[in-house]
Design a protein around this ligand. Sequence first.
Ligand code: GLN
Length: 401
Amino acid sequence: MDPITAMLEKVLAEVASDGSGETAAYIPELAEADPDLLAFGLVGPRGRVFTAGDESAPFTIQSMSKPFVLALALELHGRDEVFRRVGAEPSGEPFNAISLEARTGRPANPMVNAGAIATTALIPGADVDERTGRIVGMMSKFAGRSLWIDEAVYASESATGDRNRALAHLLKSYEIIQGSVTDAVETYFRQCSVLVTVRDLAVMAATLAFGGRNPVTRDQVVSERVARDVTSIMASCGMYDFSGEWMLRVGLPAKSGVSGGVIAVAPSQFGVAAFSPRLDPHGNSVRASRIVEILSDRFGMHLLEPHESIAAPGIGVEQSPDGVLVRLGGELGFAGAERVLSMLREVAAAAPESTLITVDVGELARSHPAAVTVLRTEIENLAPRFRLQEEPARVSDAAGA
Ligand code: GLN
């Protein structure tokens, strides 16, 4: 067994004996789930998938569908149009709360049911099937395989979904939803009933973690900006009225579902998913939450953990036929540019007055516009002694508008 899978197995073993919590009772089909199922998946930057436990057990995606439908709405309509109809603030309330803004009726955020139904209503289509087809098509790209729906869970949720229907009617009365309430809410029930495994969810989370590019299929599923927006909302609102404490303890943008799944995003590092059907009073899986918490803690994944590399681009200094060549590699962020500037001053001080110093940025994998601007300005100020060679390979679309 490879060492990463062995670590996942170890984490699973640590939580296995925790039998606390209850399966979701309000959707009869979910209440029937085998409560002992337990699975864990992790996908890294090169698209390697690591899984442990009941990795091939299928279950419905439930509220973990919400980030992906938000991604589709943002791709189709842009940020302003979407957030005109749904807020971006944690509600501090349970997932099914009737938390609508006083005058406008805008739901608090797209991760609670009211906000998710409003988001789903933004997906165009002539009928429920066409809208559902669009949504499932998008989720399938995130997962890297064709997903489909568990009809029994859909029927069960639709039969007992009066609270969500009531929410949808309220949204319609505030004109947050336009068109058919029935279409919006049935589409929402269908999106919640999409069948996935922990492996699928880990790949889906990884696609968010790697700027909207599925690391397994290499498909750019959504733009880097959309992936960042969705991840931001997960960070503040993904765990309902536990979101603040989750950020404190785990520090990863995440989303739970009442089927017992949790997905988490460690940006540029890993997509994570865990599954176990018994839920805590917030509607978050007891053991899946604990798995992600242990992972974050043990593997140093908290978002606010300090990182050296963002401020440390690769810097190589060599003699060249016409003077000194300074090669930059890796990522050049703003803090990294500050480091490069002070290093250039040292190189200049150490070399004879007449030496030409060339700064080669052609091998940078990623650079941020502000970092390039300060570097270019400094080099222009120091010309003709300094010279910039080649434009940066790629300028981030998330960093600048
Ligand atoms: N389909 C569920 C509902 O609307 C989703 C809720 C959840 O997973 N938290 O009630």
